[in-house]
Design a protein around this ligand. Sequence first.
Ligand SMILES: Nc1ncnc2c1ncn2[C@@H]1O[C@H](COP(=O)(O)OP(=O)(O)OP(=O)(O)O)[C@@H](O)[C@H]1O
Ligand SMILES: [Mg+2]
Length: 340
Amino acid sequence: MTDASSMIPIPVGLDDGYAYTKVALPDGRLIVIPSRGRVGQAGVTWIHQGQQHIFEYETENALYSVGAVDGAPTHFEGYPWSGLNRAIAQHALQQAGLAGRTVHAVSGLPVSAFYRKNGEHRQDTIAKKRESLKQAVHPKSATLPAGIAFHEVIPEALAAWYDHVIVEKEGRAVLDDKHVAVPIAIVDIGGRTTDYVVVKDQGILHASSGSLQCGMLDVKQSVENGIQERFDLETLGEQIVAHAVEHGVVRLHGKEYGVGALVDAAKQEVVERLHAETRRHLGVGVELDRVLFVGGGTVALAEYIANWFPHQAIAEHPAFANARGMLKYLRYVCEASNAA
Ligand SMILES: Nc1ncnc2c1ncn2[C@@H]1O[C@H](COP(=O)(O)OP(=O)(O)OP(=O)(O)O)[C@@H](O)[C@H]1O
Ligand SMILES: [Mg+2]
């Protein structure tokens, strides 16, 4: 593209989670890809380009394969500023049709990675993440890279609060005064972490906010263990496990087996931990106006968490609440302060 419009940076909300990478675009589109990739070449030659399912990217002299690979686990400590994260984020931007474009992005870190317990920002961690995604990533194909020229990082669950309080009307942003005025808790059930944020008078209550390392990837792990045990297998492909969690069925040696009870037990176990931690952070929530659930885990565990609070609500398309909030923060908070 050489037309003038391709020179204008595109603002995106980039919620690059441990399980899924979600992109919110200004035209309202929401894109999601699994955060699934690994180091090295795909080892597959595509006979028809149109059927390509694995994509290769190079960053900092290392090659990554993203897409329909049996992904290496993303839940290692340095994932948010790793080459693997950059390759997956680049793939998400490519899937969003941003090849060759300059991008301005806001992404997130779990609440406890962003703040110390006393509320101070963890400047080093935040800077590492901010700089990482600005490094170049090159697709190993004819497509042009999407380049992130501006990147800011905010706490993940707080992004969902911005989504909740900033309302877009006819292309303009307005603060929803009713939502801003009242204390609210956001619970973000993700893949690796569950984040808590309590916001009151536009400030974060740090005593009630934080992250628990527990989420849907724990469900996946116990389902994997359970299937291995039941069928006496030494290894099991990551995509087979993902399918089993989603559909309660596993296909082995060409035959399908129901594993619904296993999935149910795994979910129960995670839900119990989440429930205990939620009570620890929020009590019964009497002083809160609302408890808002977001994150993909909210969808996956909907029936298990339905009656935790009398005043709870699930955000619209909860898996995208953070990504939408990141985009709103970028457009209406960052850009407004840059213009000022
Ligand atoms: N639409 C959906 N229906 C059912 N389950 C879903 C849906 N979307 C996501 N999930 C499940 O929710 C889990 C968490 O998804 P989410 O996108 O919130 O994780 P994440 O943001 O990548 O993780 P983290 O916040 O820990 O980095 C996924 O692993 C998946 O199992
Ligand atoms: Mg998340």
